[in-house]
Design a protein. Structure first.
Lengths: 235, 442
């Protein structure tokens, strides 16, 4: 098992944001967390990447307890978090943004190889290599954020709403690329508002409701569940 | 006479800004020999302008003073731009570090010419030992997870105190050995020869920078975790505390030679155009290489978005501390240059109100622009301290005070007309980033 989250409780001050959540991600899988706004999806990703600490429970990655490990060390271990809302570095160029993603690595030629791989997935970024990040379109910024997340060569990629604010065509494109990244050997934990798309590429899914997991199973089963259909898929 | 003076001063200011532009341009020249030749030429031009040929002298003694101040201000302001402009940490502490550097360097040379080697020896050994202690403790702490900031701070502080005590011990032990070579002010020994004094001065300035850097490390470690606004308040407090210590340096602190509020006199005036220019160019080069290195990019990414920076695996606290320490180091160097130009240090110079000057300069020049900071430092000193002071003093004895009305008005106008500062993000010559050409695939 690649990632194992055991019964974590996370608080923001008095707000009990995650109330005993457990889930896991196996090697080579795409696992998706779906749920309404404020359910705690982003909080879950933040806990895994070490940006916030759970009050109790544990996060185990490749058999090692990383619950209290510093954020920057978790990146080195192979977990990469692409945060919600793109968060690219506006005054840096596309190339520099990508180089920032490889901040924890030092081998120049391997970094260059990773950059080529990112460009193979996102040819648009290559055309704009010397453009400032802040001047990219919304969709391009999302591509840059995702590409930057790949630059640390993660074994596990945490994606927080990669389709936010994209046109339907670009959404298709992004999901196709996510699938492609996964087929090249990166496991993915995907958080999405666009539940139907997420369920269509994921192998397993967890449904989150106000800080609790209320349903889990194979993505195809979840997609066919009548309750999920009415609540999240709008069918 | 009046109009002549006015025109001449304006021409001078324009010439100086053109000079800065030219200097940065030639420093950025691709050919190394042109680069070195250009820097030497830039030094020589001013050196000649400062030389009195009989009655003819392009830059007067007054201008010379302004030049040194401008060089010092450039270093202070570049440091602040690193902390505030590039790393986004609003700091009012820069002036305090400038003062620390000034007093530290002054004390070293003052003691030296008066036959006391302990200033130099203690600070030199202190800086090296403390740096080693901090490095060792840092290595030790990195093996553990989740250590509270205050605990690591306590360890660093203890290590610093212990290392400093050893340095004082070494200084006291070496003094009797060095005393004969130092001689007395009336009868200087060979260690107080012209050449030796230049070396001591150089070391004093470098050590002043290192000393300020160490203080900023210890201060920044707990305080940088506060978050930007509180950090600003805390640094303001820092500048006030340093100022109070200066006023009481002969009572609370054991430094009678600093003479507390009366001001320290008798500091050897060792700053020459060569040293002022050399230290400024050094700071510009270090700053530029720092900003355009990968570390510089982490500094900027922390300012842009801490969440994203953390997701990249950047150590946020460490990055903030690094830019704070480097910025303070520049301020310390500047203090050393200033102290040996003016020859007299008064706590009033390091009052926190005056401490807003570098902040205004940085905002004036443009928060993300090193060139803007350099140009604004020179423009500020020559225009406000030079020209305006002279003109206003001809209007009456109290009139120069009006400068303090004119600064804010100028600043207000700038903020209304050009909120990003005079240069915004633009850089000149040497300070520009290299654009890496897109690799064409075969
Ligand atoms: N920094 C914070 N301080 C206080 N409360 C927070 C903070 N971040 C999130 N919360 C709260 O925690 C809960 C879970 O938030 P989270 O961001 O994880 O939701 P989400 O599932 O990602 O929602 P969305 O789909 O809207 O992004 C929410 O009630 C939110 O208001
Ligand atoms: Mg969210």
């Amino acid at each position: 098992m690649l990632l194992e989250v055991n019964n974590i409780n996370v608080y923001y001050g008095a707000i009990h944001a995650l109330q005993g959540i457990s889930f896991n991600v196996n090697e080579g899988e795409i696992v998706t967390l779906i749920g309404a706004n404020g359910a705690g999806k982003s909080t879950t990703l933040r806990t895994v990447s070490g940006m916030i600490r759970p009050r109790s429970g544990s996060v185990v990655y490749k058999g090692e307890d990383i619950t209290m490990t510093a954020c920057e060390k978790i990146v080195v271990k192979g977990i990469s978090h692409v945060p919600e809302g793109r968060k690219i570095f506006a005054p840096l160029t596309v190339r520099e943004n990508l180089e920032m993603g490889a901040y924890t690595r030092s081998d120049r030629s391997e970094i260059a190889a990773s950059m080529e791989r990112v460009f193979a997935s996102f040819p648009r970024l290559k055309e704009r290599i010397n453009q400032l990040g802040g001047t990219l379109s919304g969709g391009e910024q999302q591509m840059l954020a995702t590409g930057r997340g790949l630059m640390s060569r993660p074994a596990l990629l945490l994606l927080d709403e990669p389709s936010m604010g994209l046109s339907p065509l670009l959404v298709q494109e992004i999901f196709r690329i996510i699938k492609e990244i996964n087929s090249q050997g990166t496991s993915i934990l995907l958080v999405e508002q666009n539940a139907s798309m997420a369920l269509s590429i994921a192998s397993r899914a967890y449904v989150l409701e106000t800080g609790r997991i209320v349903m889990e199973g194979k993505a195809s089963d979840i997609a066919n569940d009548p309750k999920v259909k009415s609540a999240y898929l709008g069918i | 006479m009046d109009t002549f003076f006015l025109v001449a001063s304006l021409v001078k200011i324009i010439a100086i800004l053109a000079y800065i532009y030219g200097l940065l341009w030639v420093m950025g020249h691709a050919n190394r020999w042109v680069k070195i030749g250009g820097i030497v030429l830039a030094f020589a031009v001013v050196q000649l302008a400062l030389t009195p040929f009989g009655d003819f002298q392009i830059l007067t003694a007054f201008d010379q003073g302004l030049l040194y101040q401008a060089c010092a201000m450039t270093m202070v302001a570049l440091g602040l731009n690193l902390i505030y402009g590039f790393n986004g940490q609003f700091s009012l502490g820069q002036w305090g570090f400038y003062g620390i550097g000034a007093y530290c360097a002054a004390d070293i040379t003052y003691r030296w010419i008066n036959g006391d080697s302990r200033g130099l020896i203690v600070v030199a050994f202190g800086v090296v030992l403390v740096a080693l202690a901090i490095w060792g403790i840092g290595k030790f702490l990195s093996r553990y997870r989740g250590i509270p900031v205050m605990s690591s701070f306590t360890l660093y502080l203890l290590g610093t105190v212990a290392a400093a005590a050893v340095a004082v011990f070494i200084g006291n032990a070496l003094q009797p050995l060095l005393q004969p070579a130092l001689g007395t002010p009336e009868n200087p020994g060979w260690l107080n020869s012209e050449i030796a004094l230049q070396v001591v001065f150089f070391l004093a300035v470098i050590l002043a920078g290192a000393f300020a850097a160490i203080v900023s490390f210890l201060f920044g470690l707990p305080v940088l975790t506060l978050g930007s606004d509180y950090f600003g308040i805390a640094t303001l407090g820092f500048t006030i505390v340093i100022n109070t210590l200066m006023i009481n340096s002969d009572t609370i602190l054991p430094f009678p030679e600093m003479k507390g509020g009366r001001g320290m006199i008798g500091i050897p005036k060792l700053t020459t155009w060569f040293w002022a220019f050399a230290f400024m160019v050094l700071v510009i080069i270090v700053m530029r290489n720092f900003i355009h290195s990968s570390t510089g990019r982490t500094v900027m990414s922390v300012r842009e978005d801490e969440t994203a920076a953390r997701a990249m695996g950047i150590d946020i606290a460490g990055t903030k501390l690094l830019s704070f320490v480097v910025g303070s180091l520049f301020a310390g160097l500047a203090g050393g240059v200033y102290a040996h130009y003016i020859g007299f240090l008064s706590p009033g110079t390091f009052d926190f109100l005056v401490g807003f000057n570098p902040l205004i300069i940085v905002v004036f020049g443009g928060l993300g622009s090193m060139s803007g900071t350099v140009a604004a430092s020179f423009g500020w000193i020559f225009f406000l301290e030079g020209l305006l002071r002279v003109i206003l003093s001809q209007m009456g004895t109290e009139a120069p005070t009006w400068r303090f009305v004119l600064y804010p008005i100028a600043l207000l106008l700038l903020m209304l007309l050009r909120p990003q500062g005079l240069l915004g993000n633009t850089e000149w010559g040497f300070l520009k980033a290299k654009v890496i050409p897109l690799k064409v695939e075969k």
